[in-house]
Design a protein around this ligand. Structure first.
Ligand SMILES: [Zn+2]
Length: 230
């Protein structure tokens, strides 16, 4: 059961299209698995449309209203073209046969290299990461695979980190996070995730800035995610 959701600020930014793509992908993946937040976004969309209609009626001149309608029509045609493309995409057998990767939400599956060559890097005995390309230079998007019962090196953040649990579960000082859960860590927060004993855990996260490792072993191994723009 999903108990951790994006807050209204994030959902509003998502709804208005102002969220950075890399973070938007994670919010979108959460929405694909969370009826509660889908409903919330629907409400926010209606609210946004009502505000837009009101402001158009009140302040927008006829010329710019035409421009606005052209933009909306263009956006709609781009969206439907994207949808057609996505339905013809299939998961590469390498991913389809991976018990953790085979159920990733559609929006995440689109980020996987088409040739099946997702490159996993061993960070520590318990943790492997694989970076994904999103075309965003200020964010890094990566999978983390924590082996069952494994503990990740304690680390803190110089920037925002948004994480979603795709499979399995993990816990840290603040709670337990299950499949579909969405969490945000702000700069300066320190945590040390541990996967549950009986199952490996797969997460996807977006990191805004380099992660600083705080524990002793941090000096010996790579950080949870060393920053490398995609
Ligand atoms: Zn939710």
């Amino acid at each position: 059961m999903i108990t951790h959701h994006p807050d209204d600020n994030l959902l509003t930014e998502y709804s208005s299209g102002s969220l950075a793509n890399a973070v938007g992908v994670i919010v979108c993946a959460h929405l694909q698995t969370c009826p509660h937040c889908r409903k919330r976004v629907e409400q926010l969309n209606k609210l946004g449309a009502a505000i837009l209609n009101q402001s158009v009626a009140e302040v927008v001149q006829p010329a710019s209203f035409d421009q606005l309608m052209t933009r909306i029509r263009n956006q709609n045609s781009e969206t439907s073209a994207g949808d057609k493309k996505s339905t013809s995409e299939h998961l590469h057998p390498v991913y389809a046969n991976d018990p953790l990767l085979k159920h990733v939400p559609k929006v995440i599956a689109k980020l996987l290299p088409r040739d099946g060559k997702l490159k996993w890097e061993r960070v520590s005995a318990a943790l492997k990461t694989a970076r994904l390309k999103t075309g965003q230079s200020q964010y890094e998007v990566a999978f983390q695979r924590i082996s069952s019962g494994g503990r990740v090196v304690e680390h803190d953040h110089r920037g925002l980190e948004v994480t979603m649990v795709l499979c399995g579960s993990f816990s840290d000082e603040d709670g337990v996070y299950n499949q579909g859960d969405f969490l945000v860590r702000n700069a300066g927060e320190i945590h040390r995730p541990t996967a549950t004993q009986n199952q490996d855990c797969l997460c996807i996260s977006v990191v805004e800035a380099p992660v600083k490792v705080t524990g002793f072993f941090g000096k010996l191994v790579n950080p949870f995610l060393s920053f490398r723009p995609a």
